[in-house]
Design a protein around this ligand. Structure first.
Ligand code: FAD
Ligand code: MLT
Ligand code: ZN
Length: 442
């Protein structure tokens, strides 16, 4: 088992990891481990030194201690649906991927606080099912719900499709259990939810992208479902600017922008019919808990199935080639002008902007059309375009990183800051946890 930087094998690492989690849960065959070493988009790939699959918090702690003793960096990984390169190793044979997928327990509902403790490896869909079983709902939802895990959504502070009306992950997390870089277990989830052993850690770890601790469980707040089913509709727009007037809706939980080329791509890839009688330059998907307020002459279809046009975007774009995904935040009113300037900025590549207009979170997907799934032949060209998009974001008063986090994709643009670097140095002085990710330490 070669060590970081290709040094001679780390003596006894595999046997010590096997002693920590059992030999069946230490994977070293590249034919198996490469799937853990390749991110969802295919843009970041590196062979893990090993993949370790602990089955308990104690096994996570034991794994961390073995890696810390050996000086081997650890990449915490949940569903590996992250889109900024933070869930896979940097460099072949250098880092251990610690997969949380076996930590998938879902605890009982605490009736008083309407919260429950869920293992980090449970999927979002597991949480949605547990909430539905007790007549409640979990606010965070995203198209990768069957794979994205509780630990990953806490670590990235995932926002998702209903963040506008229901908030991002940070708004749902009441407490966390986690393992620090020296194997110490911190526990804010056991005992009465109102109990306190110190200041809450959830806020510190939410959005930490695996750089401060390995989250092993979280206490999540559930909410009451709407009294009446929400109304979901897709509205045809002459331009994205026309969407802004539709955002003043009482009870609005989602407002998702699509453009015609993206919608045509989803229809082609997904075999979907055109949703409206005529083609529109832009579309707004609205979900309203109540009666939508619309102009008289609007062209719209009211049907919850219109979500398929929105949720199909990521997979559809991936069929064109490996996209450079710039998930950015803008003042909502600036989105139409920003989107209008994108094609000139990204030429000669294609761009598919879409996303969470209601909160000003736009997904800019730049792709070398025709390269085909899994290929990005002109990576240097795409890297240069990223720079141009970032400058455009700043010209419109935006921020380069939003719900997907910073990962390795945005590190060059989101500088280190002294507070986060001090926290990182205090909690992970050896830089063991996810080195190179986010702003915390470089
Ligand atoms: P991973 O990809 O495994 O990891 C993501 C990051 O979290 C990494 O830095 C990793 O080190 C860290 N991490 C993972 N688990 C832990 C843990 N237990 N402890 C500490 N660190 C950990 N994101 C959104 O915010 N909104 C969306 O609407 C959305 N839609 C998506 C749609 C599709 C089709 C896809 C493929 C992705 C989408 N994403 C979206 C991105 C992704 O699903 C989220 O970032 C999600 O939070 C990642 O969860 P995961 O379990 O896959 O984490
Ligand atoms: C989404 O909102 O669909 C996701 O964030 C995925 C993406 O940006 O592709
Ligand atoms: Zn999104």
């Amino acid at each position: 088992m070669t060590a970081p930087d290709g040094d001679p094998p780390v003596p006894g690492l595999r046997s010590r990891l096997a002693a920590a989690v059992g030999p069946d849960h230490v994977l070293t065959d590249p034919a198996v481990t490469m799937s853990y070493g390749t991110d969802w988009t295919g843009r970041w790939r590196a062979r893990p030194l090993a993949v370790v699959r602990p089955g308990s918090t104690a096994e996570v702690a034991a794994t961390i201690r073995v890696c810390a003793d050996a000086g081997v960096p650890v990449v915490p990984q949940g569903g590996n649906t992250g889109l900024v390169g933070g869930s896979v190793p940097r460099g072949d044979g250098r880092m251990v991927v610690l997969s949380t997928r076996r930590l998938a327990t879902v605890g009982p509902l605490d009736r008083g606080t309407r919260s429950l403790v869920v293992g980090a490896g449970a999927s979002l869909s597991d949480v949605h099912r547990a909430a539905a079983r007790v007549g409640l709902r979990y606010a965070v939802d995203l198209a990768a719900r069957d794979s994205a895990t509780v630990g990953g959504t806490v670590a990235t502070n995932a926002a998702g499709l209903r963040a506008l009306g229901l908030g991002d992950t940070r708004r749902q997390v009441v407490g966390v259990e986690a393992v620090l870089a020296d194997g110490t277990v911190v526990d804010d989830v056991t005992g009465p939810p109102a109990g306190r052993d110190g200041f809450p850690l959830a806020g510190l770890l939410c959005g930490s992208e695996g750089t401060l601790a390995v989250i092993t469980a979280a206490r999540l707040r559930l909410g009451a479902p709407p009294a009446v089913p929400p109304v979901t509709l897709l509205v045809g727009l002459a331009s994205p600017a026309d969407a802004l007037a539709l955002l003043d809706q009482p009870g609005l939980t989602a407002a998702e922008l699509l453009l015609r080329p993206g919608l045509e791509l989803v229809c082609r890839v997904g075999g979907l019919p055109d949703p409206l009688p005529r083609a529109w330059p832009a579309y707004l998907l609205l979900e309203v808990e109540g009666e939508p307020v619309l102009p008289d002459d609007v062209d719209a279809v009211v049907d919850p199935r219109v979500w398929a046009y929105r949720e199909g975007m990521t997979d559809a774009i991936a069929t064109l080639g490996i996209p450079h995904k710039l998930d950015v935040a803008l003042p909502v009113d600036a989105v139409p002008a920003f989107v209008a300037e994108l094609p000139a900025v990204v030429t000669p590549f294609a761009v598919h902007p879409f996303g969470h207009l209601g909160v000003g979170n736009v997904h800019v997907n730049v792709v070398d059309v025709g390269s085909g799934p899994g290929r990005d032949p002109d990576r240097a060209g795409l890297d240069a375009v990223d720079e141009r998009v970032v400058r455009l974001v700043h010209r419109h008063g935006g921020a380069v990183a939003a719900e997907h986090g910073i990962g390795v994709a945005k590190v060059q643009w989101v500088g280190p800051d002294p507070v986060r670097t001090r926290l990182k140095r205090a909690l992970d002085p050896a830089g063991l946890l996810n080195p190179g990710v986010a702003t915390s330490m470089r």
